[in-house]
Design a protein around this ligand. Structure first.
Ligand SMILES: NC(=O)c1ccc[n+]([C@@H]2O[C@H](COP(=O)([O-])OP(=O)(O)OC[C@H]3O[C@@H](n4cnc5c(N)ncnc54)[C@H](OP(=O)(O)O)[C@@H]3O)[C@@H](O)[C@H]2O)c1
Length: 427
């Protein structure tokens, strides 16, 4: 069999991980041989974890993408725009299938790129863009294509899950655990995309577009990160029977697909509450399936490169399968921002002035908007006279909790901004 010739742009963690897999392909279960024909990165002279001396070098990723000697263009540069996007477009226009791990690119431009792939009758594959080594994209797109999905949810950022897990386990602060995550290579030197929830949002948008055949529109995704979550919140929540985790979800509503990322309090017995450390997990719910959960390493050179290679293996028999599943991925089902009739219980943490009447003011403000207290926990005031309080509310409507939030912001007794987190119902 003729080898499948790869052009690889991006020789960082994932690119070098892929070259390592190419080199040991006799140990893998690929349908045929693969070979690297050309490579591209920013600086040719950089020391790398792979020997690239025998490959043709391209200064420009797009020139590699259009080169006649490659059968597949593999984009491992990153970034939603700029060279990655231009090179992917160049490859698709040249009739070459593309494999990418780039979630930002697919979340922001996936619909247009899928159109371009269809027009040119080639595959656009991005298994590694969501949950790294966990095979969820093609499972959702192909194996679960007969399931009417109602909800897809999960833990899609290993750094955030490591943060919330380790802070609670070891009693260390957000800053200390974030520094450790960087040292262990889970978090980037600049971890903003992780902790802001943006990275998880990119992945959630991609999964939602596939799961609901929805018109991918990243601007409608509501994104909240874990920057506001303190050790105090994790311990209070734990004592009240919950684990706080950054949850990404897509939910089908009558008005369209609500895709959002935010910290949530999960009951201890909830399956996602037990996913610890840097793992990723995705739960797909729908009829006639029930629920399916996939868990595993969501990042790292090896797991991510294995997902890239899995996509490459698929291209021995190109199918030009529509990138998001349905032939017409412009289904007319929009992304939308709010679940109108949603009702939830909430976890509220607030620091109050240590004076009589402060707690009554708080509970009265909640009650005035129809939000009643189910459980309440208070710790002693700290040296600054701030008394931390945690409240679990009864189930209330969006309108009630939003009005209560507004009323709380007008009170004089809270010392700093309260933290309000939705509680996930038991699964
Ligand atoms: N790392 C993970 O665990 C992981 C997991 C899932 C998905 N991903 C995705 O995989 C992609 C690659 O991630 P990574 O962690 O491997 O990134 P990385 O280590 O930062 O590597 C990026 C590579 O792109 C190259 N590059 C930058 N600008 C370029 C340009 N203008 N033209 C050509 N090459 C350029 C860099 O060149 P130099 O080496 O010369 O600087 C580097 O080799 C990203 O889309 C990321 O989101 C990563």
């Amino acid at each position: 069999m003729k080898p499948l010739r790869l052009g690889i742009a991006g020789l960082g963690h994932v690119g070098c991980g892929l070259i390592e897999l190419v080199e040991k392909q006799d140990k893998l279960r690929l349908p045929g041989p693969v070979e690297v024909t050309g490579v591209s990165a920013r600086s040719r002279g950089r020391n790398r974890n792979a020997d690239i001396s025998s490959y043709r070098w391209f200064d420009d990723a797009a020139t590699l993408a259009g080169d006649d000697d490659i059968d597949v263009f593999v984009e491992l540069v990153g970034g939603s725009d700029g060279p990655a996007k231009f090179a992917v477009e160049t490859a698709l226009k040249a009739g070459k299938p593309v494999v990418t791990a780039n979630k930002a690119l697919i979340a922001l431009h996936g619909a247009a790129l899928a159109d371009l792939a269809s027009e040119n009758n080639v595959d656009l594959l991005f298994e590694a863009a969501v949950a790294g080594g966990v095979p969820v994209v093609r499972a959702l797109r192909d194996s679960l294509s007969a399931v009417e999905v109602s909800r897809v949810s999960g833990i899609l950022n290993g750094t955030c899950n490591f943060l919330t897990t380790e802070m609670l386990k070891t009693g260390r602060s957000y800053e200390e655990v974030l520094a450790e995550a960087q040292k262990l290579g889970y978090a980037e030197a600049d971890p903003t995309l992780d902790v802001s929830g943006m990275d998880a949002a990119h992945k959630a948008a991609i999964l939602s577009a596939i799961a609901f055949s929805a018109d991918l529109d990243f601007s409608k995704v509501a994104v909240e990160g874990v920057e506001g979550v303190e050790l105090l919140d994790l311990t209070f929540a734990d004592r009240l029977g919950y684990r706080i985790k950054l949850i990404a979800e897509g939910v089908l509503t009558e008005d369209g697909v609500v895709c959002r990322v935010a910290p949530k309090a999960l009951p201890h017995e909830h399956p996602l509450a037990r996913v610890n450390g840097s793992l990723n997990t995705v739960r797909v719910e729908g009829e006639p399936l029930g629920a399916v959960v996939l868990t595993g390493p969501g990042a790292g050179a090896g797991p991510t490169a294995s997902a890239v290679m899995g996509d490459i293996a698929k291209l021995f028999t190109p199918s030009a399968r529509p990138a998001f599943g349905r032939a017409d991925h412009h289904s007319g089902r929009p992304f939308t921002t709010e679940i109108n009739d949603e009702r939830s219980a909430y976890f509220l943490r607030v620091r109050l002035e240590d004076r009589s009447g402060a707690l009554a003011e708080l509970t009265e403000a909640l009650a005035a908007e129809g939000v009643s207290v189910d459980k309440l926990m208070q710790d002693s005031a700290d040296e600054n006279g701030a008394a931390p309080i945690a409240i679990v509310t009864h189930v209330c409507s969006n309108a009630e909790i939003n009005a209560a939030r507004k009323r709380l912001s007008g009170l004089s007794s809270p010392i700093d901004a309260p933290l309000l987190i939705r509680i996930e119902a038991a699964a």
